[in-house]
Design a protein around this ligand. Structure first.
Ligand code: MG
Length: 155
């Protein structure tokens, strides 16, 4: 687990929930610089990757990484992503995404992070996130260095 000592109380983060395309992957390929970051984070928290697998590449791309791949089954990806965060116990979840269908999972998660990557960030997601990062590398580095995260989120 990841312990984040906020001035108002301690956050215990057990799960990281990641959107795939536009967040950790571009054109169906995982951004190579983040692989070592995922390996390090996988030692302390459980990582879920949620995807509709538009490019049919997710399983192979995630094969060597410490992540649990969840392929979306329903017609309502926004609700399905939010329900998964709820089922994990939203108080213990950090969620990272970029697309409009990430809105619910970012809103429900204890910490919702919007990624302004190469594929853009939906405005509604921006408005429902706790913080915005310029790219997924910076987002994952914040989790590996929670002091910076605390500095950004404290009131
Ligand atoms: Mg996306």
């Amino acid at each position: 687990m990841l312990r984040i000592d906020m001035p108002g109380g301690v956050l215990i983060i057990k799960y990281l929930v990641l959107d795939f395309n536009g967040t950790i992957a571009s054109n169906g390929q995982i951004i190579s610089e983040i692989k070592p970051l995922l390996v390090n984070l996988g030692k302390i928290i459980n990582i879920y990757v949620l995807t509709a697998d538009t490019f049919g590449t997710a399983e192979r791309q995630c094969a060597d990484l410490p992540v649990i791949l969840h392929c979306l089954q329903s017609d309502n990806h926004t609700a399905e992503k939010g329900e998964l965060v709820k089922s994990l116990g939203s108080d213990n979840v950090v969620a990272i995404g970029n697309g409009r269908n990430d809105l619910e999972m970012l809103r429900i998660a204890k910490i919702g992070i919007g990624v302004l990557g190469a594929e853009g960030l939906a405005t509604q997601v921006w408005q429902n996130a706790d913080l915005i990062v310029p790219g997924i590398v910076e987002g994952l580095e914040l989790l590996l260095n929670p002091k910076s995260l605390i500095a950004t989120l404290r009131q």
